[in-house]
Write a protein that binds this ligand. Structure first.
Ligand code: DAK
Length: 260
């Protein structure tokens, strides 16, 4: 699929997907959502992709939300289709068996914040702004915000943002655990890619199992969740990388993982 609304590159195991409609602050219309979905599917299938990084083009925005101009006249049935496409795509990101990092370079509002929430890790520029302002235009979050935000920052803080519609800066986002790191704008991509490359060198199957255990264990009762963890951990013993990792440790050398 040729892309008109995103840029997509793969380099050294790291795929970088840049939302690229800077004049509309990278607002998500259905064409962009379809391209995002296609690129994430590609990342799932392509063994050369070990880690995915999402960011926004331009200086101002990661993604300033779902495209309001496209949404304003939707009938309920069309709104449902738009919402389902978004939900499915964000679930694709969340369940991608590879780490996904959001490099939030500016506004991450509404659907933009929800895309960041579906990622495993969020790095933010000092200029980043987060919020769920849907209430201010007569909506509620439709791409998982009401569910993922409380899981990440807690129920009370999530309700404050979702019901109040306020925007918060990167410092506040860091304080409440919404972002993992804050970086000067000019260092955001460099530091994100440095971290992504580090992950790309990790044993891929173990990364996949770690993400799986955290994601799928989270909503289980502790007994069942720990059982899931044990099974995921035991499966790592079927890989060459586990053998190599332990052998290298005992031989006091750096492991050479092959992703097998
Ligand atoms: N949609 C469409 N265009 C947008 C946009 C958006 N979300 N955000 C910005 N733009 C466009 C502006 O219209 C403007 O276009 P032109 O007038 O130049 O043609 C251009 O980007 C620059 O924006 P501003 O001139 O407004 O720039 P400022 O620096 O003054 O302000 C801002 C930046 C981010 C504070 C402001 O643009 C803003 O408030 N934007 C809207 C933010 C927002 O409310 N985002 C949440 C959208 S609602 C569902 C599916 C999904 C969702 C819900 C339900 N189902 C179908 C049920 C999700 C909803 C949302 O995400």
């Amino acid at each position: 699929m040729a892309y008109d609304n995103i840029l997509f590159t793969v380099d050294g195991g790291v795929a970088t997907l840049t939302f690229n409609r800077p004049k509309a602050l990278n607002a998500m219309n259905s064409a962009t959502m379809a391209e995002l979905s296609d690129a994430v599917s590609h990342c799932r299938k392509d063994d050369a992709v070990k880690v995915l990084v999402l960011t926004g083009a331009g200086e101002k925005a990661f993604v300033a939300g779902a495209d309001i101009s496209q949404m304003q006249d939707l009938r309920p049935q069309e709104a449902l289709a738009f919402m389902e496409a978004g939900q499915e795509t964000l679930r694709q990101i969340e369940t991608l068996p590879k780490p996904v990092i959001a490099a939030v370079n500016g506004y991450a509002l509404g659907g933009g914040a929800e895309i960041a929430l579906a990622c495993d890790i969020r790095f933010a520029s000092e200029k980043a702004v987060f919020g769920q302002p849907e209430i201010l235009i007569g909506l509620i979050p439709g791409w998982g915000g009401t569910q993922r935000l409380p899981r990440i920052i807690g129920m009370g803080r999530a309700k404050e943002l979702i019901l109040g519609g306020a925007q918060i800066d990167a410092k506040r986002a860091y304080e409440i655990g919404l972002v993992n790191r804050i970086l000067p704008p000019e260092q955001l991509m460099e530091e994100t890619l440095k971290f992504a490359r580090k992950l790309a060198e990790m044993p891929g199957f173990a990364l996949k199992m770690a993400k799986h255990a955290v994601n799928y264990g989270y909503d289980l009762a502790l007994d069942n969740a720990c059982r899931l963890e044990v099974e995921c951990c035991a499966q790592c013993f079927s890989t060459d990388d586990q053998k190599e990792g332990m052998k290298a440790f005992l031989e006091k050398r750096k492991p050479a993982f092959k992703g097998k």
